[in-house]
Design a protein around this ligand. Sequence first.
Ligand SMILES: C[S@@+](CC[C@H](N)C(=O)[O-])C[C@H]1O[C@@H](n2cnc3c(N)ncnc32)[C@H](O)[C@@H]1O
Length: 348
Amino acid sequence: MPIGVPHHDSCGHRYNAGDYQCKLLDGVWAVGPARAGRSTPVAATVMTVSRTQIVLLSVCPVSWHSGVGQPRNVVTNASLDHQQRINRHFDASAQHWKNVYDRRTLEGVIYQSRRSLALQWIQDLALPRDSRVLEVGCGAGLVAIDLARHNYSVNCIDASKEMVALAVKEARDAGISGQLAIEVGDVHTLVFGSGAFDLVIALGVVPFLHAPERALAEMARVSRRGSWILFSFDNRFRLNRLLDPRFAPFPGRERLKRVLTDIGAKLPAEFSANLFSYKAIKTMLERAGLHVERRATIGFGPFTLLGERLFADPLAIRLHTRLQRQADLGVPVLRSVGTQYLVLARKS
Ligand SMILES: C[S@@+](CC[C@H](N)C(=O)[O-])C[C@H]1O[C@@H](n2cnc3c(N)ncnc32)[C@H](O)[C@@H]1O
C-alpha cells in the first residue's frame, strides 16, 4: 500500500509520500522506498514452528530482488514494543533530564561531566558559524540550546513527546526558540536528507535503542563527508559491574540470582539499557563508514554489592572523582572501565 501523506507512526517512524508500508503478518510491517505509482509485492520467508507459531526469517519486496531501492526499515512488533516502552519511560521522567544537570548526586555529577566534555570537544572542532548540527535524543535540549547560543543552526529530535515539549519550553525560556527546530522523531529513521549536517550528537541515546547499528548508520547518512558524530554509549566492562558478583560471570551466578530474587532482592528494571564493549562499537562505526578520532571513559559507580549501593552520594562522588582523574591521565585498566564512553567519530 503506497503512502499518500507523510506522517510519523506511534513510535516516531516517519513515512514519506511514495514510501509503501505493507502488512506482512499481524504486527509485522515492511516499510521502505518504492517507485511512485507502483504497488510493491513482498516476498517473505517464514519457517513454521507449530500450528500457531511461525518465525519470520526474512522479508524483502520483490523490487529489492531486482535491485530497485534498498530496505530502509522493517518494523516488527518487538521493535515497536521496545520503542513504546522507552517512550513511556522518558515521557514519565522528562523533568528528571533537566533536574539531573543541577543536582550534586553521583548521577548528576557524571552527567554534568559528560555534558562539559562533549561541549569542550565540540568547541575544539572550531566549526564555522552557521554549521548545521543535529542532536538526536535531545532530552530537555540543554546541549542544543547551548549550541544554538553559539550561532550554530540546530535541529533536535527526540522520540518522547514529553521530552520535546520540555525542550521547546526550555528553548523558549532561554529566548532562542527561533534558532533551533525541535521535533518528535526516531533516530532509526531520520527524516533529514543525506549529507545535511556538520555534526550529529547523541548523548545517552544508544543504550536505549532497539537497533543501534541502524541508528549509527542513519546518523552517518545525514552527516556530510568529513563531518563529525559525537555520541556516548554504556560500557559493558564498567568497573562497578566487574566488581559486583551479581553481574560478574562466575560459576553458580544464575543460581545466586534466583536465590536473591526469591528472598526479595531487587527485580530487574522494566527494561535494561544496552551495554557495549568499545570493540563492538568500533566495528559498528566502521561498518557505517566512520572512524574514531577521540574517546574517553566517563563515570565510576554507583558501586554495588549484590545490587545494594555501597556508598552514599558524598563518598561515591569522591571515589568517582579520584578514579576519573586517574582514567583521564590514561592509567591502564582505569582508562577503559568507566560507566560510559564518549566517542567522537568522523565520516570518511
Ligand atoms: C538518557 S536520555 C538523554 C537525554 C539527553 N541527550 C541528555 O544527555 O540529557 C535519552 C533520550 O533519548 C531519547 N530516545 C530514546 N529512543 C530514541 C529514539 N529511537 N530516537 C530518538 N530519541 C530517542 C529519549 O526519549 C531520551 O530523551
